[in-house]
Design a protein around this ligand. Structure first.
Ligand code: CU
Length: 341
């Protein structure tokens, strides 16, 4: 198999093979009887389900849209260029440029995105509460844009009224507050267009006291309206449909996993995350150090984001996906590959 991941074990390969051989709907049954052939190598079926015009190439071919690697993205935390202000305060400086760019979001499906720094989502900004954030923004795109950060900041740093026209620049500067999981996105009207085109990202403000050590992943829930009918044809976390089915996220039995989950999905009112064979602690908006809830399925409106913590009791592959089955079957599903401790 040309797309074989050398790190894959046979069980995972056979899961993929089952997926390749079956309807996408069958994937929702993963973890159940559909996998009873674990260890058996099956050849992929010649044809795989078409996906709203995916051209019959199916969702399982590997892609890295514009060099964007969704596996790397999940663990990339950008602390910026760090220096100290005369007051002793930590300054974290970032350069953002808005660029129009076509990105491949599923095999053979190209989307004319508007991006920060040539990628969707934009970089995951990470800092500690009280840090000074400075973002040098240049609009290299073809439309007016801004960056609107969630969190406290002055009115003239809100990214709403200070429209940055193509070729123009703007410097956003504010103190990171409050700690939690936040987001940023363009706030130029029409808003839904500027957001769903790809101008958004995660913004993590760590508490000064820190959080417990954990294996951490960022998941930005998104989708793409590839035929501009105000409905999404593809759904994902971190842009690439089914990416984490092909490249499961590693975890270890008994080790804490922490997810930073931000919902930027446009058009659909609600998104969700369901974790198989497990429950997670929910830190709503990440703004407290005590969990609010213990569940296995969580809803997210657009702009809602939560820190989730859990550990696996058992080794093996475990799914996570939107519990809107339609979203899952159109790309928003993935796997954790849990190793024995
Ligand atoms: Cu914009």
């Amino acid at each position: 198999m040309s797309d074989r991941d050398p790190k894959s074990n046979d069980r995972r390969l056979s899961r993929r093979t089952v997926l390749k051989g079956g309807a996408l709907a069958g994937a929702a049954a993963l973890g159940g009887n559909a996998l009873s052939k674990a260890g058996q190598q099956l050849e992929p079926r010649a044809e795989v389900p078409d996906l709203h015009g995916a051209g019959g190439t199916g969702p399982f071919k590997d892609i890295q849209p514009g060099g964007f690697d969704a596996t790397a993205f999940a663990t990339e935390f950008d602390g910026g260029r760090v220096s100290q202000l005369p007051s002793g305060q930590t300054l974290r400086e970032y350069d953002f440029v808005a660029i129009d760019k076509e990105i491949e979001i599923a095999p053979g499906v190209w989307y004319p995105a508007w991006t920060y720094n040539g990628r969707v989502p934009g970089p995951t900004i990470r800092c500690t509460e009280g840090d000074r954030i400075r973002v040098n923004f240049r609009n290299g795109g073809s439309h007016p844009h801004t960056i609107h950060f969630h969190g406290f900041h002055p009115a003239d740093m809100d990214g709403v009224f200070e429209i940055v026209d193509p070729g123009q620049q703007f410097v956003y500067e504010f103190d990171a507050d409050p700690f939690g999981l936040h987001l940023y996105h363009c706030h130029t009207t029409p808003l839904k267009r500027h957001i769903h085109k790809g101008l958004y990202g995660a913004f993590i403000v760590d508490p000064a006291v820190g959080r417990e050590p954990a294996r951490e992943y960022v998941m930005v829930m998104n989708g793409f309206d590839t035929n501009f009918d105000a409905e999404n044809e593809f759904y994902a976390v971190n842009t690439v449909a089914f990416h984490y089915m092909r490249h499961p996220l590693p975890a270890v039995v008994g080790e804490r996993v922490r997810l930073y989950v931000v919902n930027l999905l446009e058009f659909d009112l609600i998104n969700s995350l369901h974790l198989h064979a497990n429950f997670f602690h929910v830190y709503r908006t990440g703004t407290a150090l005590e969990p609010d809830e213990f569940t296995d399925t969580l809803m997210f409106c657009q702009g809602e984001r939560h820190v989730l913590e859990f550990e696996f009791k058992h080794p093996g592959p475990f799914m996570f996906h939107a519990h809107q089955s339609e979203f899952a079957e159109l790309g928003w599903m993935g796997l954790f590959d849990v190793a024995d401790a």
